[in-house]
Design a protein around this ligand. Sequence first.
Ligand SMILES: C[S@@+](CC[C@H](N)C(=O)[O-])C[C@H]1O[C@@H](n2cnc3c(N)ncnc32)[C@H](O)[C@@H]1O
Length: 223
Amino acid sequence: MVERDAVRRSYDELAPVYAAKRSDDGPGTRVLKRFLGSLEDPERVLDAGCGQGTPVLSRLAETTTAVGLDFSREQLGLATANAPEAGHVQGDMTALPFERSAFDAVVAYWSLIHVPLDEHRAVIDDFARVLRPGGRLLLCEGTNAWTGENPDWLESGVEMAWEIAGAEATRDQLQEAGFAVLEEWGVPEEFADDEEEGKDGDDSENGDEDHPWTFFVARLERD
Ligand SMILES: C[S@@+](CC[C@H](N)C(=O)[O-])C[C@H]1O[C@@H](n2cnc3c(N)ncnc32)[C@H](O)[C@@H]1O
C-alpha cells in the first residue's frame, strides 16, 4: 500500500538523484511534443506531479502559461530553478487547489502511479473538474497493473512505492469521468535502471516488455 507521506519524503530525499537520471529527450518527451502540436492555442496548462520541472514543465513554459504542482518541496524547488517562467504550487493531486475550468490542458507524467489505487478515479475526476469543457489531458500510466516497492530505487538508498492500475482500468476510469480517449501511445522504459530487478511486488497481468508505459490523450466531453 502506497503511503502518501512516505512517497513525498522519498522524493524529498532523492530529488537530485532522480533529476540526474531523468532523460531530457526520452520517449515521453516525444509524446509531449506531439501533444503540444495537437493543441489549438493552449494557454493555461497544469503539470500535475511536475517533479524537478524538466523536461516537461520547462517545455510547457516555453509556449504556454504553465503551472507545475507537486507535493514534494525538494522537487518543487528544483522545478522553480529549472522552469522559472512557470507557476509553482506545492499541493496534492488528490485535491487540486484550483478553480473549476481553470486549465485548457493537464499533463501528468509518472505521477498518478504513486497515488493509492482507490484514489485514482478521484484524481481523474479532479482533472476533469479543473479542465475547461473540451480541454485535453495527457496522462501516463503503467500498461499493466502492478503494485509494489523498490527499497533502493535508482540506487539512491531510498525506498519508493507504486500503485499502477494498468491501461485497461485507466481507460475505463477516463471514460467514466467524462473523457473521450483520442489516442494511446505505448512507450518504452525511460530509465535504464528502472528494470524489474530489485523491485518487490505483484503483477496482476502479463507484462508488455516493450511498452511498459501507456500515454493517454483524452478530451473532456462534459460541459
Ligand atoms: C516519477 S516523478 C515524475 C516527475 C516528472 N513529472 C517527470 O516527468 O519527471 C513523480 C512525481 O510526482 C509527485 N507526486 C506523487 N504523488 C503526488 C501527489 N499525490 N500529489 C502531488 N505530487 C505527487 C512526486 O513528488 C514526484 O515529483
